[in-house]
Design a protein around this ligand. Structure first.
Ligand code: SAH
Ligand code: F3S
Length: 484
């Protein structure tokens, strides 16, 4: 079934990730990453840990000593893709017999030892909280034994591991601030594969950003399954906050404060964040966004459904009305804010009326962007255990098409609002279609292409918007922005 996959840079899905070689390293690591941006960031942490073990990255599968695939379990299709990749590795392993194959990430966590039985070529299975154990696990497989570590942690945030940047454009990068999720949406496998929610020490976040700013990065996206829930009180699980000392509670740092700290400390750096959860997004966060020019005016605010009945069945902690109220408040404080959604169609028991509620919530918000999916039942989730996946595939497909068509209409409506305006754009790369044009994004996260002229990668440029499609703006640069 067609669906719009949520990827920030589609070209990186499953592409061999490469980084600068370290002198003296002789072993070759082929690593690819599927799924969310968090996985991509985790792959950078893994590459960093393995660089200390003598590995440089390679793009040539056939020459790899170690092949790692960082996997996604969010929908069945994501898992099928990985199974197909394993077939490909298997073919190569027949030629390169010494090659070792490891599975990382959410599928590793979900399937655990079963992976070794089901996929004979897999030597190594490592869950998202166990990457520090890779050096030991590699020793195990070198000795000819299979190795598995899928222990989920209470406090692992990899705060002190400085990730190497893979396939980076040298301009924008991701920094993770929380791990895991406590929300238990009934359809979602993430709480099972990524464990309980914990936050990373703000000091280590600031230090990582500082080193990136020193290396000329211009835009940082703070990452987490639910960034608004960020809470630092000395480490440990978020759910244990009320057990922390009075002092720790009183001096805790929440997401609004973290964002304020980052934007104040690095006033020339653009900040974005993802993902927000409507139940946890506070007006304090919106106010901090309004206060700082360098915090981009874009919020990814997944809603999943416009029907109260479905929201309840999904265990989302808000109603349709509360969500609309939040959107109203956001637009009141920041009228130019861009919003995007995640939407699931065809969840258990979804009627035509529920579906209409989704469509008219979309009409209300008119999202700039959207990521829309047909419900895919995931083993182990509450929905799989307690509910019936009863919406026929063809109905899911039709509803998905309707939601996508409406989203495209709204996206066009939104891009048209930029016509004639002069907007600040950060140059992030060369346009895919025309090598003589730059590609970048405005504060709202809309892609803009324009002739290169004398401008350079990483420049902040003012661009006059002259034309648009539903996905892209086109314009001409009129000068540098005052942010350079
Ligand atoms: N909070 C997370 C959400 C991760 S999952 C974040 O950082 O983005 C991303 C999206 O996948 C969800 O918002 C939801 O729309 C979709 N999704 C999750 N489980 C799904 C399932 N079982 N079937 C279809 N879509 C699903
Ligand atoms: Fe999944 Fe809901 Fe968390 S969608 S990642 S359980 S907020």
């Amino acid at each position: 079934m067609e669906s719009v996959e949520k990827v920030i840079d589609e070209r990186l899905q499953g592409k061999a990730l490469v980084t600068q070689s370290r002198e003296g390293n002789t072993k070759k690591l082929f690593i690819e990453s599927y799924g969310c941006q968090m996985n991509m960031n985790d792959s950078e942490i893994v590459a960093s840990i393995l660089a200390d073990q003598g590995f440089n990255t390679t793009q040539v599968l056939e020459e790899a000593d170690l092949v790692l695939v960082n996997t996604c379990s969010i929908r069945e299709k994501a898992e099928t893709t990985v199974r197909n990749r394993l077939k490909k590795y298997n073919a190569v392993k027949k030629i390169n017999k010494n090659m070792k194959v490891g599975v990382l990430g959410c599928m590793a966590e979900r399937l655990k030892e079963k992976f070794l039985e089901e996929e004979k070529i897999v030597d190594l299975v490592v869950g998202p909280d166990a990457y520090r154990d890779l050096p030991n696990l590699l020793e195990e497989i070198e000795a000819g034994r299979d190795a598995v570590n899928v222990i989920l942690s209470k406090d692992e945030t990899y705060g002190d591991v400085s990730p190497v940047r893979l396939n980076s454009n040298g301009v924008s990068a991701f920094v993770s601030i929380t791990r895991g999720c406590d929300n238990m949406c009934t359809f979602c496998v993430v709480p099972f594969t990524r464990g309980r929610e914990r936050s990373r020490d703000p000091q280590s976040i600031i230090e990582e950003i500082r080193s990136m700013v020193t290396n000329n990065y211009k835009e940082i996206t703070l990452l987490g399954q639910n960034v608004d829930s960020y809470l630092w009180f000395g480490g440990g699980l978020k759910k244990d906050f009320n057990k922390a000392s009075e002092m720790a509670q009183a001096t805790a740092v929440d997401f609004a404060q973290l964002l304020d700290m980052c934007a104040t400390e690095f006033p020339k750096t653009r900040f974005r964040f993802s993902t927000s959860n409507p139940q946890d997004m506070s007006l304090d966060v919106i106010k901090v966004m309004a206060k700082h020019k360098n915090i981009c005016k874009y919020t990814h605010l997944p809603v999943q459904s416009g029907s109260n009945r479905m929201l309840k069945a999904m265990n989302r902690q808000h109603t349709r009305e509360e969500y609309m109220q939040l959107v109203d408040n956001i637009f009141k404080i920041i009228p130019e804010m861009a919003l995007s959604q995640d939407m699931i169609v065809g969840f258990c028991g979804e009627t035509e009326e529920d579906h209409q509620d989704t469509l008219n919530l979309m009409e209300y918000v008119k999202y700039d962007f959207g990521f829309m999916f047909a419900y895919s039942e995931r083993p182990g989730t509450l929905a799989a255990k307690k509910m019936v996946d009863d919406v026929p595939e063809e109905v899911k497909k039709r509803r998905l098409e309707e939601v996508i068509a409406l989203q495209q209409k709204h996206a066009l409506f939104r891009t048209q609002q930029h016509l004639g305006k002069v907007e600040e754009v950060l140059i992030e790369g060369v346009s895919k279609k025309n090598p003589n044009e730059w590609k970048g994004r405005n504060t709202q996260n809309t892609v803009i292409v324009f002739p290169k002229e004398h401008y350079k990668l990483g420049d902040f440029v003012m661009v006059k918007v002259e034309d648009c499609t539903s996905a892209t703006l086109r314009g001409t640069a009129v000068g540098y922005s005052d942010n350079n």
